[in-house]
Design a protein around this ligand. Structure first.
Ligand SMILES: [Fe+2]
Length: 485
C-alpha cells in the first residue's frame, strides 16, 4: 500500500512540476539575458505594430511602419488560428518621419466581447506572424494605468538605459496582466518616450509581447513633446484638434462599456479648446456612467508638482474647473514619478477625505491619482501636501493601478509592479445620475470664459516663444533649415 502511495505521490509531484514549468513557459516575463536577446534582435528596426484603443469597445486601432514601395494598410482578422474565414480591414497610409517608409493605420471594427481573434498585419507584400488578441467583457472589466513609461533614448550610452527601461516595462506588463487577466486596455498619462525624437524609443516600447493583445491609450507628455514621433507611432481615436491646437497638440476620447475617457494634452494651455473638447465628448456619450480624465501633469498629485508654479497656478486654473464642472469622477496624472492619490477635491479644497480602503458614495469632488514612473528615475521630492490621501514613498519601484468597473461601482487598486503587493485601494459608488446641471457647475462654466481668454493668450505667447527658439536653433529667418514644427 505504501509503495502504491509513493508511486501515486511521485506522479502527482511530476504533474505539478509539469504544470509549473508550463506556467513559466507561458509567462511573458523575461530574464535579463532573454530580454537582451529579444532587444538586440529588434532594436534596429521600427516596424513593430502598436495596438491602440479604438473609438469604443468593439474597435481596436493599429499603427505600424512599412517600406514605402510595398506598404499596404491592411489587417487580416480571423476567429480561427489557421486564419481561415478571415476578414481584411483596410486603412490608410500616410508619410512617415523618414523618406523610406509609410505609416500604416487600420481600425478593426465589429469585435465581440470575450472572443479570441487571430490577426496579421501587412508587412509589405506579405503577412506578419499571427498574433492573438482576446477581447474582454464589455461590461465588468479592468483598465490598467502605468505612468511615465518614458523609454530612454540611446544617444549617449549606446542603449544601456533604454534596454533597462524596456526590461522593466516588459516585466511590469507581464506581472500586471498575469495577475489581472481581465485587464482590457492600458492607460498611460504621457511621457511615453524620453526625447520624442527617435524610432528606437517606440520600437523598445512596443517590444513586450503582452502588447500584441493589450490596446493602449497614450496621452501626450512634455517629453513626448520634445519631438514629433508620437505623431507617427500612434493611432488614437476621436482626436480633437480644435481651433487653436497645432503640431502635436491634441485631445482625444474613447469609450469602453460604461466608461468615457477624455485624454487632454496638458502641455497645451489652450483652455477654450480643452473645454470645447470636453463638452463635445460628453455630448456624444450622454449615457456613460463614468467620466475619467487623463492628463500628463500631476494636478493634485504627489512629488514635484507640489509648489511648482506652472502646475499650481496655470494647470490647476485651466484644467481643474473643467474636471469639476463636467463632473469627472477620476483624473489620472503622471509626470512627477511619484505614486499618490488625492482626497476628493473641489474648488482647490478637500470636500471629502478618502482614506485607503474606503468606499465613497456620490462624492462631491474629483479624485486624482498620480502614477509612478516605469523608467526607474526616482525623485526625492517632498510629499507634504494636504490633498494627498495616499503616497508611495519607494518611488524607484514601478507600480501599476487597476480600475475595476462593475456597474455603479469603480474600484482603484494600486500594486507594486514587481510582486503585485496591494498598496492602496478606494471604491467610488454612484447611487444617482450625474448632477451636471447643478447651479455651482453652471456658474463655474460661465466664469470659465475668463480662463478661456487667459488660456488663449497664453497659448499664443507660448507658440510665439517656441517659434523664436526654433528660428534661433535653425540659424535665424534667413537660415538654411526650415522651421521645426
Ligand atoms: Fe513629464
Amino acid at each position: 500500500m505504501k509503495k502504491v502511495l509513493a508511486v501515486f505521490m511521485s506522479m502527482l509531484m511530476f504533474m505539478q512540476l509539469g504544470t509549473m514549468s508550463q506556467a513559466t513557459e507561458n509567462s511573458n516575463k523575461l530574464t535579463e539575458s532573454e530580454w537582451e536577446t529579444l532587444y538586440s534582435s529588434l532594436v534596429d528596426e521600427n516596424t513593430l505594430p502598436a495596438l491602440n484603443v479604438g473609438a469604443d469597445e468593439t474597435q481596436v486601432n493599429l499603427c505600424w511602419h512599412a517600406d514605402k514601395s510595398t506598404a499596404k494598410a491592411q489587417v487580416k482578422v480571423s476567429k480561427n488560428a489557421d486564419m481561415s474565414d478571415a476578414k481584411i480591414f483596410e486603412g490608410e497610409t500616410t508619410p512617415a518621419e523618414n523618406d523610406l517608409q509609410l505609416v500604416c493605420r487600420v481600425t478593426v471594427t465589429g469585435l465581440e466581447e470575450k472572443t479570441k481573434y487571430y490577426y496579421q498585419w501587412n508587412i509589405g507584400g506579405s503577412w506578419s506572424d499571427t498574433k492573438l488578441y482576446e477581447t474582454k467583457s464589455f461590461g465588468r472589466h479592468k483598465a490598467m494605468v502605468v505612468g511615465d513609461i518614458q523609454i530612454t533614448e540611446s544617444f549617449y550610452d549606446g542603449g544601456t538605459e533604454q534596454k533597462a527601461d524596456g526590461l522593466r516595462w516588459n516585466n511590469l506588463l507581464a506581472e500586471a496582466v498575469e495577475k489581472n487577466p481581465d485587464i482590457a486596455y492600458l492607460v498611460s498619462p504621457g511621457d511615453n518616450t524620453s526625447t520624442g525624437e527617435t524610432a528606437a524609443e517606440w520600437q523598445t516600447l512596443l517590444m513586450p509581447e503582452t502588447l500584441r493583445s493589450l490596446p493602449m491609450g497614450l496621452a501626450i507628455g512634455n517629453h513626448d513633446k520634445k519631438g514629433m514621433t508620437y505623431e507617427y507611432y500612434t493611432n488614437m481615436p476621436n482626436e480633437y484638434y480644435g481651433r487653436n491646437f497645432r503640431m502635436l497638440d491634441r485631445d482625444f476620447w474613447f469609450r469602453y462599456g460604461d466608461v468615457l475617457y477624455m485624454f487632454y494634452d496638458s502641455t497645451s494651455g489652450n483652455a477654450p479648446d480643452h473645454r470645447a473638447f470636453t463638452k463635445e465628448a460628453i455630448k456624444l456619450n450622454p449615457d456613460a456612467k463614468w467620466r475619467i480624465g487623463v492628463v500628463h501633469h500631476g494636478i493634485y498629485g504627489a512629488g514635484d508638482c507640489i509648489g511648482d508654479m506652472e502646475t499650481e497656478i496655470l494647470l490647476k486654473t485651466i484644467f481643474a474647473p473643467i474636471f469639476e464642472s463636467f463632473d469627472l469622477d477620476l483624473v489620472i496624472t503622471g509626470h512627477t514619478h511619484s505614486q499618490g492619490r488625492s482626497h476628493f477635491m473641489n474648488n482647490n479644497k478637500i470636500v471629502e477625505k478618502a482614506p485607503s480602503g474606503g468606499t465613497f458614495t456620490d462624492p462631491k469632488g474629483v479624485l486624482y491619482i498620480n502614477a509612478n514612473s516605469n523608467c526607474g528615475r526616482p525623485t526625492d521630492e517632498s510629499y507634504e501636501a494636504d490633498w494627498l490621501a495616499y503616497s508611495f514613498l519607494k518611488n524607484d519601484t514601478p507600480t501599476y493601478t487597476t480600475l475595476d468597473f462593475n456597474g455603479d461601482t469603480m474600484t482603484l487598486e494600486t500594486f507594486r509592479g514587481d510582486n503585485s503587493e496591494l498598496l492602496d485601494s478606494v471604491t467610488i459608488k454612484h447611487s444617482e445620475e450625474f448632477k451636471d446641471k447643478s447651479f455651482g457647475n453652471v456658474l463655474k462654466r460661465v466664469l470659465y470664459k475668463v480662463v478661456e481668454v487667459i488660456g488663449w493668450v497664453y497659448t499664443k505667447i507660448d507658440y510665439l516663444v517656441r517659434d523664436i527658439q526654433n528660428l534661433k536653433e535653425d540659424g535665424g529667418l534667413f537660415g538654411k533649415k526650415k522651421l521645426k514644427f
